[in-house]
Design a protein around this ligand. Structure first.
Ligand code: ADP
Ligand code: MG
Length: 807
């Protein structure tokens, strides 16, 4: 491909023909846009002109005329960077020299303009009009190279209509206009601002354009020039004027006015117009971006080419093709993610684990001796788990079930299977207190079948607690017996997976409350030797789409029902002015021997400020609404031992009301707690509110949850109302994801996944489609080594390094 080419001679003829035909876009078969795209490199046109060409098919006749004229002018322009030897402007077309052109030294300097082919990897600072300062600002937005500009996608588009004469400007919302600048007035306003009024006119009348600005008149607006403006029309009496319109010289091809313009995210010191011009230059000056999807796949999936999709995003031809462009780019965002998680899954499952022989008789007896029957959800989850652990291929399963859905029993039965099989098992909880609660629960459960269990094992099972609370010597003793294989089941905190603990026989590890449990720990558990089966449990409802992405390497079981007889938590939204009712209810319940939680508002700035506000709330309540009750305080700035002590005291009913920041979300099981008050409730996600609410209603007594709105904004009240009326955590999580995006709550950001700019994580259908494509690719080429997968494979590898061990 020649580095540069000059206008082909036929183009002029076609343009002239097009003019004669009255701009019907039929001078050439397939239309002007396609023809120009085909003939050669179009880098010698201004980006704006290329934009106009690309839109030609959809332009009204008046605009087509302007485009053709601009094109003819551009062909004629001696200052265009065509070879010096090329045909003089006004002559009939002569063949251009075939020699590749050097850019002339005197390329136009007034307008930033490409003067040759650009390179995607070149720093943006090499572009005309971009100095060190602007380059730095652009880098802040993630634009470091010329190629990056292509990926700076618009947030939205504004469809400016074609210009109209002054007399016909009516009361439409958006309009465009071209006229001579008759006069410019500058009037000072308060706050060092100015009101600039330009009076523009044509043969039919005049119209004003008004800008409020900090500086003087907008640069480049001079009396006597022809100016184009596009923007909102505002009526003032019977007059209309343009308010803060976009503008540019009317004789230039439209960049900021008179067309559908992209609206880009900006940063200080970078104007919309600059970005549009830079992106336009990048699009026209860069060679097409290579597609990383093989052609047959594109056709099979009906996807737009990557390069075309990127161009469409910046210069959409119409809504339909914009949709197709979005689809293609969304595909590209999701595909590496799916390839990565599926590769990880394949890698782990290729390893050899232990097939556990499920002790059906023992499990049946265990079930018989429970005081209740398992729910359908529990049974389904249990069957899936038992089927998995009976395979030599290590299980990697996520068990999702609301607070109180009875995950512990399911885990206990899986753990029992590993123990009866002669192996070791571990149960890991996020806090000391939860680990202790689990130990008690499990010991109690196994006691119910101790005779059968002992005869199966030939001895009593050894169950040990391993937590940071142990004395050093006790800890060392426990670790030593684990290493000797003497301990059958270890229940504990992170301490269990610290590196000095070795299990000779670990067959199953269960990690509870995965959501608060770092990803690295999850990986560490897997590496605890012997490729144990892994079950992670979470009470966080994870929308299916997120589960497929974040936990895409895991199989998922969902317990979607609560044990029968649970009383739903009465949930009520209260305006701040009547919060007294909630505190009155707390006093009544405490008087009846019950306990309560108060959750303090979320403070975004830092844990320190959050802690401070919790302390303030604690003190206020102590002297005010809850004076005389035994209050306790819990926040994220406390040391783990302090937190545990507070939770323990509350759990032992030494305190009545626990005033806490969102740390309380980490499971604490106090069935005696019957009231929860959530202050500043609108600041929390819906799913999180639901999680909080799950901390009450765990006993047999009726419970209540009060959501106190800190703001009267209608949409926050509406959101709270949704929580008050829905008891389904998954629905709320889906709703949350739709309203707020994945954000911090799901740890997506920390996980190192790049932000999704086009794909919506709520689009389950697309995600499943992408996953199927990824699975299909890996089936034949598991390591993405085929030449046609090479580019994608590289992207996945890069992605994997950034994402760390997110999965
Ligand atoms: P979570 O899923 O939040 O961990 P738990 O396992 O702690 O839930 O169970 C909550 C309570 O429900 C426990 O007291 C447990 O004994 C009880 N439970 C579990 N399964 C059932 C069932 N099928 N029927 C009745 N109660 C059950
Ligand atoms: Mg639990």
């Amino acid at each position: 491909m020649p580095p540069e080419s000059s206008p082909p001679p036929t183009l002029r003829n076609i343009l002239l023909l097009e003019k004669r035909r009255g701009y019907d876009d039929r001078a050439v078969v397939g239309g002007l846009t396609a023809f120009i795209a085909k003939i050669s490199d179009t880098a010698w046109f201004e980006p704006t002109l290329i934009a106009a060409i690309q839109a030609y098919a959809h332009q009204p006749a008046a605009e087509r005329q302007r485009t053709v004229e601009s094109l003819l002018r551009a062909l004629d322009e001696p200052r265009a960077p065509t070879p010096p030897q090329s045909a003089p402007a006004t002559k009939a077309p002569t063949p251009p020299p075939s020699k590749p052109a050097q850019k002339p030294a005197a390329a136009r300097s007034t307008v930033p303009k490409i003067t040759g082919r650009l390179q995607a990897g070149a720093p943006v600072a090499t572009m005309p009009g971009v100095g060190a300062t602007r380059a730095k600002r652009l880098a802040d937005m993630g634009i470091e190279t010329v190629g990056d500009l292509r990926f700076h996608l618009p947030n939205r588009y504004v469809a400016y209509p074609p210009p109209q004469p002054a007399a016909s400007l009516g009361f439409q919302h958006l309009a465009s206009y071209e006229g001579i600048v008759r006069r410019v007035e500058t009037n000072p306003m308060p706050g060092k601002r100015f009101r600039i009024t330009a009076i523009l006119g044509d043969s039919t009348g005049t119209v004003a354009a008004v800008w409020i600005r900090h500086g003087g008149p907008p640069a480049g607006i001079q009396q006597g020039m022809r100016l184009a403006v596009s923007g909102p029309l505002v009526s003032y009496g019977r007059q209309v004027y343009f308010e803060n319109p976009e503008y540019e010289p009317a004789d230039r091809p439209p960049l900021n006015t008179r067309r559908t313009v992209p609206v880009y995210p900006l940063t200080q010191g970078i104007s919309q117009s600059l970005i549009r011009s830079l992106v336009g230059q990048a699009l026209s000056g860069l060679p097409p971006i290579e597609d990383w999807l093989p052609g047959p796949l594109l056709r099979q999936e009906g996807l737009m080419a990557r390069d075309e999709a990127l161009r469409e995003m910046h210069e959409p031809a119409d809504d339909a093709s914009l949709d197709r462009a979005r689809l293609r780019l969304a595909f590209d965002e999701l595909l590496p993610l799916q390839l990565l998680v599926l590769q990880k899954r394949m890698a782990y499952q290729a390893t050899q684990g232990t097939a556990i022989e499920v002790p059906w008789g023992l499990l049946a007896e265990f079930r018989q001796r429970l005081p209740f029957a398992l729910t359908g959800g529990q049974q389904r989850a249990l069957s899936a788990i038992l089927e998995d652990i009976a395979q030599p291929r290590p299980m990697v399963r996520l068990l999702q079930g609301e607070v109180g859905s009875g995950k512990t029993i399911v885990a206990a039965m899986a753990l029992l299977s590993a123990i009866a099989n002669g192996g070791q098992a571990a149960l890991v909880a996020p806090t000391e207190i939860l680990a202790e609660q689990h130990l008690q629960t499990i010991t109690g459960l196994y006691d119910r079948i101790h005779d059968t269990l002992e005869s199966t094992l030939g001895r009593r099972p050894n169950i040990a607690l391993l937590s940071g609370a142990l004395s050093r010597s006790a800890r060392e003793r426990t670790i030593a017996s684990i290493g000797q294989g003497e301990i059958d089941l270890v229940v504990g905190t992170h301490a269990v997976i610290e590196s000095d603990v070795e299990f000779p026989q670990l067959q199953l590890a269960v990690v509870d409350e995965q959501h608060r449990f770092g990803v690295n720990q999850r990986v560490a558990v897997r590496q605890k030797g012997g490729n144990p089966h892994l079950l992670v449990m979470t009470a966080t409802p994870i929308p299916r789409t997120l589960a497929l992405s974040l936990y895409g390497d895991l199989d998922v079981s969902i317990i979607d029902e609560l044990p029968p007889g649970r009383q739903p938590v009465h949930t009520e939204m209260l305006r701040p002015i009547v919060r007294g009712r909630a505190y009155q209810h707390i006093r009544e319940e405490v008087a009846a021997g019950r306990q309560a939680f108060v959750i303090c508002p979320l403070v975004e700035e830092s844990r320190t400020t959050e802690a401070r506000s919790a302390v303030a709330e604690y003190e206020r309540l102590q002297h005010d609404e809850l004076a005389g009750l035994r209050l306790a305080l819990l926040h994220g700035r406390m040391r783990p031992a302090e937190k545990d002590a507070v939770m323990r005291a509350f759990s032992d009913h030494e305190t009545d009301v626990l005033i806490a920041t969102s740390v309380v979300e980490v499971g604490i099981d106090v069935p005696n707690a019957t009231v929860m008050v959530i202050e500043g409730a609108e600041r929390f996600g819906l799913a999180q509110l639901h999680q909080f609410r799950g901390r009450v209603g765990r006993g047999s007594a009726p419970s209540a949850c009060y959501l106190i709105a800190g703001s009267e904004a209608p949409d926050s009240l509406e959101r709270l109302d949704v929580v008050a009326h829905s008891g389904n955590g998954l629905d709320l999580a889906e709703e949350d994801l739709r309203i707020r995006g994945p954000g911090e709550f799901y740890g997506l950001r920390q996980s190192g996944f790049p932000p999704l700019r086009v794909a919506r994580l709520t689009d389950l259908e697309l995600l499943q489609r992408v996953r199927a494509v990824a699975a299909g690719m890996l089936e034949h080429d598991p390591r993405l080594e085929w030449p046609e997968h090479a580019a994608l494979g590289e992207a996945v590898a890069r992605f994997g390094r950034n994402a760390g061990d997110a999965n």
